[in-house]
Design a protein around this ligand. Structure first.
Ligand SMILES: [Zn+2]
Length: 218
């Protein structure tokens, strides 16, 4: 399905989905466009992990993989969820360029990745510096660079960023915190800030950015 970079009507529909637990096919509600001004409820559901979830009568909850366009007009920020791999990402990047939109633009592979981007936007933090902070944090924990570490919240009063760290299998989430000042130093001192055409700001991007930062310092 082609999603459209449209101002306006939320794209809401249903999709036939087969429950992976019990095998029953049923219609699930699918939201493919979120405008934070026009559909604040969709944003609330997104942050609660309740958007585009098939909640089957058998008890199984399944996240649907679908394109979703998130737009915050106040922040002038777009983020598109593109689950189809690199080719789909490349196509989505062309759509962004063709749209002429000038605000912040990101492409992410999953709805969970979008949730993290939205939390960062709301907290007023730069996603690129957060991704670099993650790489530095994981490096400081030892040889843990592949572990999933998600932004949870910032607490400026306490001067910390709170994170959720998962184990090697991506399970057992644990809360941890790090210094907000370390993040703020990174934002100010590095020249790693991505250009307008860099749309995928993720772990792979940050590993490279940190490598360049370290080699420039030497
Ligand atoms: Zn089921």
């Amino acid at each position: 399905m082609k999603a459209v970079l449209s101002e306006g009507v939320p794209i809401v529909g249903t999709a036939p989905v087969t429950c992976p637990a019990c095998g029953v096919e049923q219609d699930a509600q699918l939201v493919q466009s979120i405008n934070t001004q026009k559909d604040p409820d969709h944003k609330t559901k997104l942050l609660a992990g309740e958007l585009n979830v098939l909640a089957c009568a058998c008890g199984k909850r399944t996240q649907l993989a679908a394109e979703v366009l998130f737009h915050d007009p106040i922040a002038d920020y777009f983020c598109r969820v593109v689950p189809g791999g690199d080719d789909a990402m490349a196509h989505a990047a062309e759509l962004f360029r063709a749209s002429g939109a000038t605000g912040g633009q990101r492409l992410v592979p999953t709805l969970n990745a979008l949730v993290e981007k939205v939390k960062l936007l709301d907290a007023g933090l730069e996603d690129w510096a957060i991704e670099m902070t993650k790489v530095l944090l994981l490096a400081s924990l030892g040889n843990e660079i592949d572990r999933v570490l998600l932004f949870h919240a910032a607490d400026p009063q306490a001067g910390v960023i709170q994170w959720v760290l998962f184990d090697e299998e991506g399970r057992k989430p644990e809360l941890m915190s790090s210094s907000l000042a370390a993040y703020e130093k990174l934002v100010v001192r590095t020249n790693a800030r991505p250009g307008a055409r860099e749309l995928r700001i993720d772990r792979a991007w940050a590993v490279e950015a940190v490598r360049q930062m370290i080699s420039n310092a030497n």
